[in-house]
Design a protein around this ligand. Structure first.
Ligand code: CCH
Length: 287
């Protein structure tokens, strides 16, 4: 009698690795998209899904994927992330057993590893929530502000100064878009490869205000092709932050180690993993 019940599909490492491979193999499918890779915008999606966490109320975080819904999808900070969600929709269709919240974080992990970053261990088990779990606007950082704001926002997630600086190294990747945030340009010369260049450029280049009609941002004096946000410059203006910028600028291995640890912490904020949840490191496609 009981044998007539449908067998519940319990995905294993190989199943998640198959999702990883699918994403990895599609990252550069559209050479006209930005710098030729969806990697950076997938990292930003995973970060914005996670960075809504509040340690005090234990709300927000990557468990829920509530950015699928308005109002969260319409929050100013999330402008442009539809590109990442749309990119992942066919993956969800192909592997319907994975939750959106696990998929978005898996995509962030995949993008970091495929863009030659450190290994980022992954645990599955996030559950999707409905629109009522959307977080209020204002939980993600405002690029126009400085160190006090960064501390307020990231301390609320449960991070310290070192972790704030380590996370910011993700800005080695990708670029700003005038039709998303209003800002313009990449932070580094290799926006599809993760390196510690963000810190080196912050310290080594001369930065000046960009003269334009857009929001206040910096450009490098030499080539005028790179950018920094006011919130980026806060990391060299603030004494405590600056110490960590110097360490990461001098030591890519240290950056990779600390970045991996802090990104795992970010991606797991507020996720109630059962005790026996395995942790995996996916095999790279672009090794
Ligand atoms: Fe960021 N980020 N970010 N960021 N971010 C933007 C783009 C990316 C801030 C502001 C902006 C992190 C922290 C901060 C990425 C990863 C991370 C943009 C441009 C703004 C503005 C958006 C656009 O126009 O497309 C601020 C302020 C902070 C404060 O700390 C953290 C933490 C991470 C990840 C760990 C990535 C990647 C991008 C590039 C996205 C793309 O589409 O290329």
């Amino acid at each position: 009698q009981g044998s007539a019940l449908p067998k519940v599909f319990k995905p294993k490492f190989e199943d998640y690795q198959a999702v990883y491979n699918e994403i990895a193999n599609r990252l550069e499918e559209n050479e006209d998209y930005d710098d030729g890779s969806y990697g950076p915008v997938l990292v930003r999606l995973a970060w914005h899904a996670s960075g809504t966490y509040d340690v005090n109320t234990k709300t927000g975080g990557s468990n829920g994927a509530t950015m699928r819904f308005s109002p969260e999808s319409d929050h100013g900070a999330n402008a442009g992330l539809k590109a990442a969600r749309d990119f992942l929709e066919p993956v969800k269709q192909k592997f319907p057993w994975i939750t959106y919240s696990d998929l978005w974080i898996l995509a962030g992990v995949c993008a970091i590893q495929e863009m030659l970053g450190p290994d980022v261990p992954y645990r599955p088990g996030r559950q999707d929530k409905d629109v009522s779990a959307c977080t209020p606007d204002g939980r993600l950082p405002d690029a126009a502000q400085g160190q006090d704001h960064l501390r307020n926002i990231f301390y609320r997630m449960g991070f310290n100064d070192q972790e704030i600086v380590a996370l910011a190294g993700a800005h080695a990747l990708g670029r700003c878009h005038t039709d998303r945030s209003g800002y313009s340009g990449p932070w580094t010369f290799s926006p599809t490869v993760l390196t510690n260049d963000y810190y080196r450029l912050l310290l080594e280049e001369k930065w000046q205000w960009k003269k334009w009609n857009g929001p206040k941002q910096y450009e490098d004096k030499k080539t005028k092709s790179l950018m920094m946000l006011p919130a980026d410059m806060a990391l060299v203006e603030d004494k405590k932050f600056r110490e960590w910028v110097k360490k990461y600028a001098a030591d890519n291995d240290l950056f990779f180690k600390d970045f991996s640890n802090v990104v795992v912490k970010l991606f797991e904020l507020g996720v109630p993993f059962p005790e026996d949840t395995p942790q995996w490191v996916f095999k790279r496609v672009n090794a």
